[in-house]
Design a protein around this ligand. Sequence first.
Ligand code: PMP
Length: 320
Amino acid sequence: VVDYKDGAWQTPEILPYGDMMMSPATSAIHYGQSIFEGMKAYRNPEGEIQLFRPLENFKRLNLSAERMCMPEIPEALFMDGLKELLKLDAAWVPPTEGCALYIRPFMFATDDFIGVRPSDTYRFVIFTCPVGAYYGVPLKVAIEPNYARSVEGGAGFAKAAGNYGSALLPARKMQEKGYHQLIWTDAKEHKYIEESGTMNIMFVIDGKLVTPAVSNTILNGITRASVLQVAKDLGYTVEERKVAVDEIIEASQAGTLQEAFGTGTAATIAQIAIIHYNGTDYTLPAIENREISNKIATALDAIKTGQATDTHNWMVKIEA
Ligand code: PMP
């Protein structure tokens, strides 16, 4: 835990997990200056603890901070905080393949002040939580035709708490209809695929890996970038561009939509079995026949758990 006041970050402390005292006027609660990251620590076969691309989370947190008018977090504060915490929490990083220690860095505005203006004081916190192996079922997703998560000029590219709050109602409505997740479309025309609630979305069309280009309305996923890099390493063609809903539906009808999946820190790759759009469920090819995503998932997991050579220097070792 570290506080920002008088224009500077103060001395960080490590505290036992527990309640935080806050004033009812705490600025973040009222006006949403609250941002976060999600990352994971893994154990390699030698028993060493490694973080997956932590500097990417660090950069994205500061991008979110800039958009939300919050102070920049110095790299040393972020990285040293992670390292010190992981040394203490080492016993919680599971040795089992597929399991990991989830890490949640976040920052929020702490001014005890009721007016609408950027806070003068902030708190940056990191806490950890063990997570099990992800045995997610193949997802049934629905394309969202009305609500929007993000607009041009908004804060969709930031990992800001408010983005998630406003997504809850549309997501619950989809869940009530039997779908696990929704896929957001652009706010203007609802014609182009954006992303899902906690994942970026990818398709394999005619043997090519296709995904919406990074924009200022979607979160620039670290798993997304890693999956695209591994796909290129494996020799696949990657297209980052606008992806129209119509293109996906037509490809599904024509049999050229071979795979669809979400990418994110939690699941790495989450297979999509059914896409719902405009009253129809489109069933996608069987998961076991999905060559590209299965190969990428295996290759990426092997890097994260230290079972394959880390050619891109993605893993950062925590010295005990
Ligand atoms: N989009 C959204 C909205 C998310 O919350 C996440 C999870 N951080 C992602 C995409 C995937 O990002 P990452 O691969 O960095 O976890």
